[in-house]
Design a protein around this ligand. Structure first.
Ligand code: PLP
Length: 409
C-alpha cells in the first residue's frame, strides 16, 4: 500500500505577504547565473560588493571586540551603543530621549517587523507610501494589518500627497510610515512637508514610523530633518542603522528609537520589550560598530559630495537613463536609487514583472519592477546606482538597446 503524503502549506499569515526585491525575478537571475551567465545586478542596495569599503576603524573595533561579544547582552542592546545613538539624536535636535528608548536589532528589517507585530491587531490600518520600501507593506500584512498606500507625487519631486493621506485616514488607521530619504524615489522631504504630515498625525492621533536609514546619503545641499524632532507631542518610532551610510549591511546592525508621547504608549512599549526579549538580543559583535561609526570620521561625506563616487554615479546614471526616448526620472536628492518612469504611450507595458524578466533574459541586466514597490501602475522600475561607472554605463546601454527594440515592436 502506498501512502499519499499531505502537501505542506505555508501559514495563512503569509498569504498576502510579498517582498519582490528578492522575488521571482531574482530567482530567475540566480538560475541563469548557475548556468554560467554573467548578470549585471542593479537590484539591491548593498554597497560592499560594489567596492564601497567599510571604514577601517569600524572593522578594527569589531574584530578586537570579538572576545567580548561571545555572550548574550541586554535584549535592547549594549549600553554604550545605545548611548551613542541617544547622543546622535541629541545632535539632530531630539529632546527627551534616553538609553531606555533605544532598541538595537539585527538590521532595521528585524525592527520594522517587530514594531508592526507589537502594534497591529487584525484589520488595523497603517498608512504606507506608494512607492514604498516593500518590507513595510510586508510587515504590516504579516502582522494582520492592512497597508493603505498613500501616493507620493512624481510631479512634485515625489513628495507625499497630503490630501491623499488625509482622504485615506479612517477610524482604523493606527499610524503613518514615512521613508525619508526615500527608497525607491530618492526624495528628501522638506521641513514643510514633514510638518504637514505631523499636523495630520496630530489631528487624527496617528503614530509616526520614520525610516531614516539614508539620512546621511544626501546630494546637492539636501538637508535632512528627522520628523520626530518636529513631533515631540506624538509617539514617534524612528529607525536607522549601519547598513548603508557605513557600508556594513552584512553586520545586520540597526536601531529603533521611541520618542514623544511615551507615557501614552506604555502598553505598546511593553509589547516591544516582549518581542525584543523573545529574540534574546541582536548580534552582539556588530553592536560594537555603532559607537565607533556614529562618533568617528564620517567617510560617507567623501562619497556624496561633487567628485565623490556616489555623487558621480548618480549623475551618470540619471543622465544616461533620461537620454533614452520615453524615459523620465526625478533626480534623487538622497539614497542609492533612481525610479524612472516609462512613458506608457511609448512603452505600453501591461505586466512590469514580465517586462523586467524579459529584459533580464535578453540583456542580462537585473532591475526591480515598480509594482514591486507597491506603485499602482506598471510604468516604473528601480535602478541601484552602486556599480562603478563602466558597469553602470554598460548596464544602461543594454537597457537602452532593449527599449529601442521594444519601441520597434
Ligand atoms: N529601510 C529601507 C528604506 C531600506 O532601503 C532598507 C534596505 O534596503 C532597510 C530599511 C533595511 O535595512 P537593514 O539592512 O538595516 O535591515
Amino acid at each position: 500500500m502506498v501512502w499519499a503524503l499531505m502537501a505542506i502549506s505555508k501559514s495563512l499569515k503569509l498569504k498576502d505577504v510579498c517582498y519582490d526585491i528578492r522575488g521571482p525575478v531574482l530567482k530567475a537571475a540566480n538560475a541563469m547565473e548557475e548556468q554560467g551567465h554573467r548578470i549585471i545586478k542593479l537590484n539591491i542596495g548593498n554597497p560592499a560588493p560594489f567596492g564601497f569599503e567599510a571604514p577601517q576603524e569600524i572593522l578594527s573595533d569589531v574584530i578586537s571586540n570579538l572576545p567580548n561579544a561571545v555572550g548574550y547582552c541586554d535584549s535592547k542592546g549594549l549600553f554604550a551603543a545605545r548611548k551613542a545613538v541617544v547622543h546622535y539624536y541629541q545632535t539632530k535636535g531630539m529632546l527627551g530621549v534616553d538609553v531606555g528608548d533605544i532598541y538595537i536589532g539585527n538590521g532595521v528589517s528585524e525592527l520594522i517587523v517587530m514594531a508592526m507585530q507589537a502594534l497591529l491587531n487584525n484589520d488595523d490600518e497603517m498608512l504606507v507610501p506608494a512607492p514604498d520600501y516593500p518590507l513595510w507593506t510586508a510587515a504590516v500584512t504579516l502582522s494582520g494589518g492592512k497597508a493603505v498606500h498613500y501616493l507620493c507625487d512624481e510631479d512634485n519631486g515625489w513628495f507625499p500627497d497630503l490630501a491623499d493621506i488625509e482622504r485615506k485616514i479612517t477610524a482604523k488607521t493606527r499610524g503613518i510610515v514615512v521613508i525619508n530619504p526615500n527608497n525607491p524615489t530618492g526624495a528628501v522631504y522638506s521641513k514643510e512637508i514633514l510638518e504637514g504630515i505631523v499636523a495630520l498625525a496630530r489631528k487624527h492621533d496617528l503614530i509616526i514610523f520614520a525610516d531614516e536609514i539614508y539620512d546621511k546619503i544626501l546630494y546637492d545641499e539636501a538637508q535632512h530633518t528627522s520628523i520626530a524632532t518636529l513631533a515631540n507631542d506624538l509617539l514617534c518610532v524612528t529607525f536607522n542603522g549601519l547598513s548603508k551610510s557605513y557600508r556594513v549591511a552584512g553586520f545586520r546592525s540597526g536601531w529603533l528609537m521611541v520618542s514623544g508621547a511615551k507615557a501614552q504608549a506604555k502598553d505598546y512599549i511593553e509589547g516591544l520589550d516582549m518581542l525584543a526579549s523573545m529574540r534574546l538580543c541582536a548580534n552582539v559583535q556588530a553592536q560594537f560598530a555603532i559607537q565607533t561609526a556614529l562618533g568617528g570620521y564620517q567617510s560617507i561625506n567623501d562619497l556624496i559630495r561633487p567628485g565623490g563616487r556616489l555623487h558621480e554615479q548618480r549623475e551618470l546614471a540619471w543622465q544616461l537613463l533620461t537620454d533614452i526616448p520615453g524615459v523620465s526620472c526625478v533626480k534623487p536628492n538622497g539614497a542609492l536609487y533612481l525610479f524612472p518612469r516609462l512613458d506608457p504611450a511609448v512603452y505600453p507595458i501591461a505586466d512590469d514583472q514580465a517586462f523586467i524578466l524579459e529584459l533580464l533574459k535578453a540583456e542580462r541586466v537585473l532591475l526591480v519592477q515598480g509594482t514591486g514597490f507597491n506603485w499602482p501602475t506598471p510604468d516604473h522600475f528601480r535602478v541601484v546606482f552602486l556599480p562603478h561607472r563602466e558597469e553602470l554605463t554598460e548596464a544602461i546601454s543594454r537597457l537602452a538597446r532593449f527599449l529601442a527594440d521594444y519601441r520597434r515592436r
